[in-house]
Design a protein. Structure first.
Length: 321
């Protein structure tokens, strides 16, 4: 009897917490907010030549932003820069940089400042979409590189570009986080860890800015993009093995539009899909056994056993011991 009472009390508390939260978010969604003008400002986008980064570059150019696109692949960056240059009347230049290396990020700053000026908006978008690896799969080097790109690079770029923003008393730092920071999925251990890390980094950074009194002119935003069609392999894997109604993929252009709207309104947490926000809030209120049932039933009935079998065959660590 006491267990039943505790269970009922638990779910009542969850409802009491969820309903006001959803109401407040919905209210903020519909209430008009003043949008700032970023025309003429300089935005640096890491990984800006494809996927969400590329779409954000085009959308910021539409707002009149000048652009620095940083990529390991300079040819892809130059191609994107040329396309933007032809379409919009803005300054845009591509730069080669591996943001996982601190010395390259410092070199990037010098090159960008010399060519285009001081960065006003830093969009940390570069990342590895390692969403098909459990902790038992892959090589040690892969995990380290994923940590360096998805997390450590955000620290290097922030430490490198933030001081000039503070000196000019204007700046906005944006990090592309993940839905996995709100609801965890199997086979995404490293990816989820790094995304939790960069979300925590941005939250703590915001508190730093508040303590120093810089929060009036330095803005911090984390983006929760959800499922976006940026990686054909990921889309194919999910489409092949899972029920399509469970995952609602959005186009990069839609995601970029929502992200830039959030940037213009200085939102601290930018959700690309409010439907996913509500879904996550509801799912996180369920008990672990019920979550397990839901996630198992997300598989196509004919694919689940085959999917798990194939995953187990890739678990190198099980063969090592």
């Amino acid at each position: 009897m006491s267990y039943l009472f505790e269970t009922i009390r638990y779910y009542l508390m969850e409802v009491l917490l969820i309903v006001p939260n959803i109401f407040w978010i919905t209210l903020n969604w519909f209430l008009p907010k003043n949008s700032k003008n970023i025309s003429g400002q300089l935005a640096l986008i890491t990984g800006g030549s494809e996927g969400i980064g590329r779409a954000i570059a085009f959308r910021l150019a539409q707002e009149g932003c000048n652009l620095a696109i940083a990529n390991r692949n300079i040819e892809k960056g130059q191609k994107t820069a040329e396309e933007i240059r032809k379409k919009f009347n803005v300054k845009v230049q591509a730069f080669q940089c591996d943001v996982s290396k601190c010395e390259e990020v410092k070199r990037l700053k010098d090159e960008v400042k010399k060519s285009l000026g001081t960065v006003d908006l830093l969009v940390n978008n570069a990342g590895l979409l390692s969403v098909d690896h459990s902790v038992l799969e892959g090589d040690d080097e892969y995990y380290q590189y994923c940590m360096d790109v998805n997390l450590t690079s955000y620290i290097w770029t922030t430490r490198t570009f933030l001081p000039d923003m503070i000196k000019q008393r204007r700046g906005h730092l944006i990090a592309i986080s993940s839905l996995t920071t709100k609801f965890t999925f199997a086979h995404t251990v490293t990816y989820t860890t790094t995304k939790f890390g960069n979300k925590a980094f941005m939250d703590a950074l915001r508190e730093d800015m508040c303590q120093f009194g810089f929060d009036k002119f330095i803005k911090i935003s984390s983006v929760i993009p959800g499922f976006v069609r940026t990686n054909d392999g990921m889309v194919d894997t999910i489409s092949e093995n899972f029920l399509e109604t469970v995952f609602m993929f959005k186009e990069p252009e839609y995601a970029a539009d929502q992200i830039v709207k959030g940037i213009l309104k200085d939102e601290e947490n930018i959700w690309v899909s409010w439907i996913e926000f509500v879904q996550v809030k509801i799912l996180n209120s369920f008990s672990r056994p019920f979550k397990n049932i839901l996630l198992k039933n997300a598989f196509k009935s004919s694919k689940r056993d085959e999917f798990i079998k194939n995953k187990l065959e890739k678990c190198k660590l099980l063969d090592a011991y």
